[in-house]
Design a protein around this ligand. Sequence first.
Ligand code: AMP
Ligand code: MG
Length: 414
Amino acid sequence: MRFHRQTITVEQARSKLLARITPTTQEKVSLGEAFGRILAQDLVSPCDYPGFDRSPLDGYAVRATDTESATVQQPVYLQVVEEIAAGDVPKMALGPGMASRIMTGAMLPVGADAVIMFEQTVNPGEKVQQVGIKRKLTAWENVSRRGEEVEQGSVIARSGEAVDAGMVALLASFGITEVPVYRKPTIGILSTGSELIDFDQPLRPGMIRDSNSLMLQMLVLQAGGIPVLFDRLSDHSPAVKATIQRCADRVDLLVTTGGVSVGDKDIIASLVDEAEVELLFNHVAMRPGSPTTAAMIGSTPLCALSGNPGACHLGFFLFVAPVIRKMANLPAEPPRWRAILAADCEKPSPFPRYLRGRIEVRNTTLYAIPDPPVKSGNVSRLKGSDCFIVIPAGGRGKRAGEEVEILCYQHYLQ
Ligand code: AMP
Ligand code: MG
């Protein structure tokens, strides 16, 4: 299997993998924690909103019938019986000929069925005992009625909706403190390679620092998962299968980096020959990272990414992020946009090439600016990108000014 590999396209590989993924179970979290998550149930309002008839403006609460004959020339004068501020409970019911001075958001007194704004009364700047009403009001004019916006028992949010800041405000208005959301999937991360040391250790001859473990942890967070870091494996580790199995049992998805090529020490590549491991794919038509592998370890999916940091980054985006998002019930496929290529990318390649780049809007046109060419193992170009630019296979590549497909991180990796 290590040498005899069947090549499939990125899209075929992703479909094959996603077909094996089911959304996670639900959990209840506090309203603050629910931010950024996906609702797992419809939510029903426990009460009316507004909860009482209230004034939407500063003015006077009146009985509309009392204002029948009011005009600018001949205002109707009403007795002011009370002042009602927001938060007050009115003490006086309005009888004929009465009004109450009322502030925005305050509760309407019993008997009142309309509010006139200060500006439509005589001497609006003064606190008066008799208020002159300068126009006729109709019943329920300028009143926010109880339940006018949301009636008790109606659906205020649906399963599958994202909990954004506005949704948090909505749920807070109804006193909803616990929110049913899809559980964030746990994503195991396991680096392999005898040349690797922890990033906080001094270098020794022949060694490099393990940067993929940390990069993957950050990417998992961005994709909406919970990273779980496992101890690194050396290329001589005994009982690799047992270790992988143990790790896989503890998480929803296991991601490894390194050891997927055809080198003598590529321990993950050899793993797929084991009977209990169901290979999904181990050769994808993509550059970099064609040996990217996926398999099922029992019921846990394994994404085995190439060790070189650029390929690892790309493999995460193309395969791991979609899995995490499907598990979290978010749209799984990376968004595809079209953009104008801003620089020549003419290196021919037998497989589609994914270049890291940035998007920029110039005069309403979207441009994709590729990073200068680097080897995929290069770490200096991992930062500051916001898309992958897809250069199709074969031919001569693409020239500046040609249209290309881009895969954007925006709205995909938070
Ligand atoms: P591999 O996929 O194991 O053949 O590794 C490919 C290249 O990526 C080698 O040069 C490795 O030294 C490098 N590499 C592998 N794993 C990591 C890692 N965790 N962090 C940084 N570089 C790595
Ligand atoms: Mg290696």
